[in-house]
Design a protein around this ligand. Structure first.
Ligand SMILES: Nc1ncnc2c1ncn2[C@@H]1O[C@H](COP(=O)(O)OP(=O)(O)OP(=O)(O)O)[C@@H](O)[C@H]1O
Length: 233
């Protein structure tokens, strides 16, 4: 299995605050990995470093052997935890904007995803509900032909029906030669889609295992384990 992502001894500090401490892991292709941690555990910081939007204090990150920089950005599609669209846009504008910005944007896939998500190109971005907006942001991120998708809290704050729809879309439109790293602290609803999970606690990895192994070994769901590990957070 080829490594899509390779992270070696990455640390990041904000003033006195150690946001990430000696983080190392690899992700193979064809995997959906949950990056799980409580508030402030360092999930968004790690995603930004992988996306090349911030720099680590120390350590190395590469995507398919390419060190993070201008070239690696062509391999990575990032859905940040804040919308990438502007309020004046309609959904059609958002698609055109994304296509201008990213040559690998697959317009036909985006239109199929919009249909699945029950969104229309004429819809105004400012009139979308939070759940609808998250469906749009996911459509924009997954419609790039990237090798690594970084999805920062794609189901944060949406109702269970919208969550199911978003997760179904992920499974339906995910390309098997790529990998997804998805951060969340809403473990119950989402654990069914993970192949592997990483628990990040106070900026350190405390567990990185295939989900099936965990279930067999501990006889517990990922959510139950998560609650044990993060009980005091
Ligand atoms: N730009 C910044 N300046 C200063 N401190 C920061 C900055 N970004 C993050 N931090 C700090 O780094 C730590 C990790 O933050 P991060 O946003 O990565 O956590 P998170 O796991 O994504 O949290 P959440 O689940 O609440 O989104 C926190 O203590 C946060 O306050």
């Amino acid at each position: 299995m080829d490594d899509i992502l390779d992270i070696q001894n990455v640390s990041k500090q904000f003033g006195p605050r150690q946001a990430l401490n000696q983080v190392s892991f690899k992700l193979g292709s064809g995997t959906i990995t949950g990056l799980l941690g409580s508030n402030g555990s360092g999930k968004s910081t790690l995603m930004k470093l992988i996306a090349g939007l911030a720099w680590p204090g120390s350590g190395r990150i590469s995507i398919l052997g390419v060190p993070v920089g201008v070239e690696s950005k062509k391999l990575v599609s990032f859905m940040p935890d804040v919308p990438v669209t502007e309020s004046w846009m309609n959904i059609g504008d958002a698609l055109r904007f994304q296509q201008d910005f990213y040559p690998d944007f697959d317009q036909a896939k985006a239109l199929r995803m919009l249909d699945f998500m029950k969104l229309r190109t004429a819809d105004k971005v400012r009139t979308l509900s939070k759940g609808m907006n998250e469906r749009l942001q996911l459509t924009l991120a997954l419609s790039r032909r990237a090798r690594l998708y970084l999805l920062d809290e794609p189901i944060g704050g949406v109702d269970p029906v919208a969550r199911t729809k978003i997760l179904n879309a992920l499974m339906e439109f995910y390309e098997e030669d790529s990998s997804i790293l998805l951060s969340t602290h809403l473990v119950t609803d989402i654990e069914r889609i993970f192949d592997e999970v990483i628990f990040l606690k106070d900026g350190e990895i405390v567990l990185h295992r295939p989900v099936e192994e965990l279930r067999q070994e501990h006889g517990k769901s990922v959510d139950e384990l998560f609650r044990e590990v993060f009980a005091e957070c």
